[in-house]
Structures are given as C-alpha cells and as structure tokens.
Design a protein around this ligand. Structure first.
Ligand code: SF4
Length: 442
C-alpha cells in the first residue's frame, strides 16, 4: 500500500511596500519552501498568514495596519514582519491576537515564528533537512554559534579583516536553535564565537522575548537560559573580562559546565601588549583563585603561542612561572607562524625556528606535568561522564573537564551496556598525562 504523506502546512503572504521588502518576502518564502511548507494563494487555505509591512510614511503604516486587520479578520493566525516591526507595541495594542512581530530582515526570527505557529509534521519523505539542521558532529553534542566577527585587532590574527566586527545573533534565535538541537538528541551544547564574553555588546539594548520573559543579549543571561535547555553547556573562547566572574556561580549551581576555554596566548605583559590581546590585565591569577573558591571543580583550558616576535627568554620564563602559579588543567601550544596580512609579521625580533622548537618542547613538558598531577588527583573520585563511543565491552567517554576533539578521554571498562550520548557516573581508577581510566558506577 502506498505511503500517505502528511500534508505540509500552508503559509499565506501579504507583501507590502518597496522592492526591498518584496525581496525579503521572497527570501522568507524560499526558506519556508525549502523547509517543506506549501504556499496558499488565499486566506482561507492558509494555516498561518505572514504580513510583511512597510513603515516608510504614515500612509504606508496605515496601509500596513489595515492589511494586518484584514488578515486577522479573514484568517486569525497572523505573523507580522518588516519595517513596521519597529513599532511592535502599536501593532500589539491594535491587534493583541498577532502571533509574533519582527522587524525588517529578521529572517531567522520570522521563519522560527512560522515553525512555532504551524510546525512541520515529522516525516522523512518531506523533511529533507531535520529541524535541528544538518550536523557534522555526532547527535549527542552540537556546536552553537552565538556571534560572528570580532571587535579586537590581535596583531597575529586576520579574522576581523575576513569576518568583520562582532555581530551577535539574537538571544531568542540562539535559544530556539538550542531547543531544536536538544529535541533532536543533543546532550551537550558547545557555545562558540570569536569572543564569547563580548556576546551582545552590539545589541545590548535589544532584549528579546523567550518563553514569555525578556532575555538580555549578554553572556551570563544567555548561559543561564541555555543551562535550562541542555544537560551540558560548555563555554569556549571566553576572554577574562570582569563580567566573566558572573558566570562562575552558574557553574556552581550546575547550570553550565565548570569549564572555561580561555585563549590566554601568553602571560608576559610585554608580549601581550605587542599581541594586542583583549582583557590583558594583571589580576588573572587572583581571579583564577576566586573562581576555584566558588566552583572548585572548574577546568580551565587555554592555548599559548611561543616564539612570538620579540619574545625574549625572560618573557618565556615568565610564561612558565605563570603556568606554575595558574595550574591550568588543559593547555595547547603553537609555535608562532606569520599569517599573510597579519600586523605581527612586521614586528621586529623574529625568534629563530630552533628556539621556537625548544620553547615549544619546554612548555609542553611543563603543562603535561601539571595535567598529569591534576588527573592523578582524580583517581578514586566518582565523576559524571558523557559516552562518545561504545566498542565491545569498553567505551570512550568524556568528563565535564573534557571538550570533544581537544581534551582528554575517559576510557571505560565494563561499559558494553551503555549507549552513545548517555551521561553516567564513573569511578576513576587510573590516569596518565592527559586521559582517565574508569568504570561506570551501577
Ligand atoms: S585572536 Fe583576537 S582579533 Fe582574532 S578573533 Fe580572537 S580576539 Fe579577535
């Protein structure tokens, strides 16, 4: 017998105003069509009606309000977008029943509002792309990008010249994506950006409604909301600005994993100055102590560059001494390489390759010793771990201190009954420089 496909929801569109608005309407409809929605030529056949408004002149605003009124009267399920979205309160005062209001070019938001108002039935024949999007990671963890670009100008980096200044995504769009990922099986969200702690500086005055309450576009507020959605939330690329202190209590509460990936890159004040690093301030060691007093299990991961132009033996020794004090849990190191277009290429004092190699070996030796000691201290403890892969009777898992691909593994024995994505308690039995060995606790 032939499979009967569920009917796709139908969307009606009223597009007002100038050609730019028309192009926006086309873009929204193209996205909805590729999501599997059908179009309706009349109000009666539509499951939801989009009104793309114009707000250029008073007469255009009045025409937009009349169009919304007509759509409400004829259909009742109406989403408003376009230039008049700036005056959401005027629209809501006159038509309290509108389902959502968004501004011009808010494609992600308006498409999200349609998905909420008229969800696509789950069906493998018509949903070519799952709601959570296509992923290159396993189902149980997903990267979540919260902004693009960067406002800093680190002298070794060309990202701002390629991607431009920081542009933050709206918090409600991020939270909606997070929710869809979790519904599709994600247990661990890996928050990424070029500069996670700067999230929202460009849209700070634009809180957005999420589940009936406003969310301010700020790292702390976003992290708290993400913590309510996903079992594990891990923050990457965090610079130690003062407001990062506010995230640590969320770790103590269990909302966010006690893990911060902070690319310090160096410790010597002279090198940091020539690198033009953000949040380059002397009190980092004190703050690390304070963070550990609030969230004792916090893991700090970082990366460092050795052999940066002008780095002297004294600068490098300063870095090694600083690492002794800082006791970072996870460290990656790179030998400086000039990148075409980076300002650092013109700095004097190039470090010879053999010295770079020698410093690289020294920093790796130092950080491996710190890591080994920290992992030894975990033997005998019971930790939470997420299962990445089950193979016969064993499994590879990660503790809260291990981000996928970059940190260590918890190798489990007697774990054949577990499945990928399970979050389980494990007893740690042994450790080496970077990995742990253990057994699931019944
Ligand atoms: S290295 Fe510096 S300039 Fe480059 S993305 Fe990171 S903070 Fe921005």
């Amino acid at each position: 017998m032939a499979t009967r496909l569920p009917e796709a929801p139908k969307v009606g569109m009223v597009s007002l105003g100038c050609p730019k608005n028309l192009v926006d309407s086309e873009r929204i409809l193209t996205k909805l069509r590729s999501d599997g929605y059908a179009m309706s030529a009349d109000y009666a056949g539509a499951d939801v009606v989009l009104v793309n408004t114009c707000g250029f002149l008073d007469s255009a605003k009045e025409e937009s309000l009349e169009a919304i009124g007509e759509a409400i009267a004829e259909n009742g399920r109406v989403i408003v977008t376009g230039c008049m979205g700036k005056e959401a309160e005027v629209i809501r005062a006159r038509f309290p029943g509108v389902l959502a209001v968004s501004g011009a070019q808010a494609y992600e938001e308006v498409v999200g509002a349609v998905h909420d108002a008229a969800p696509m039935p789950a069906n493998a024949f018509i949903n070519l792309v799952p709601e959570s999007g296509l992923k290159l990671t396993p189902r149980h963890y997903s990267y979540l990008k919260i902004s693009e670009g960067c406002n800093h100008r680190c002298s070794f980096c060309i990202i701002p010249s390629i991607r431009g200044d920081l542009v933050s995504r709206r918090p409600d769009a991020i939270l909606r994506e997070a929710e869809k990922l979790v519904e599709a099986g994600t247990k661990e969200l890996l928050v990424i950006s070029q500069d996670t702690s700067a999230y929202g500086v460009d849209i700070r005055k634009e809180p957005r409604m999420w589940k009936g309450a406003p969310v301010v576009p700020h790292m702390t507020d976003l992290a708290r909301e993400l913590g309510k959605i996903a079992p594990w939330v891990r923050l990457h690329y965090v610079y130690p600005y003062p407001h990062v202190d506010q995230v640590i209590p969320l770790m103590a509460e269990g909302l966010v994993l006690p893990y911060l990936d902070i690319p310090f890159q160096h410790a010597s004040p002279t090198v940091l100055r020539t690198m033009k690093r953000p949040a380059n301030e002397a009190k980092v060691l004190e703050r690390l102590k304070k963070w550990r007093s609030i969230a004792p299990d916090i893991t700090i991961r970082s990366t460092f560059v050795v052999g940066f132009p002008g780095e002297t033996e004294a600068d490098f020794q300063y870095l090694l001494d600083w690492l002794d004090e800082a006791q970072l849990d996870r460290v990656g190191a790179f030998r400086f390489e000039p990148v075409e277009g980076a300002a650092a290429n013109d700095l004097p004092g190039a470090v010879p390759e053999e010295i770079k190699e020698e410093r690289y070996a020294r920093i790796m030796e130092k950080t491996a010793a710190i890591s080994a000691a920290k992992l030894q201290a975990k033997i005998g403890r019971t930790l939470e771990a997420i299962v990445d892969e089950v193979d016969g009777d064993g499994a590879n898992a990660r503790s809260q201190a291990d981000a996928p691909e970059i940190d260590g593994t918890v190798f489990l024995r007697d774990a054949g009954h577990l499945k990928q994505g399970d979050i389980v308690k494990v007893e740690i039995e042994d450790a080496d420089d970077h990995d742990l060995f253990g057994v699931p606790v019944a």
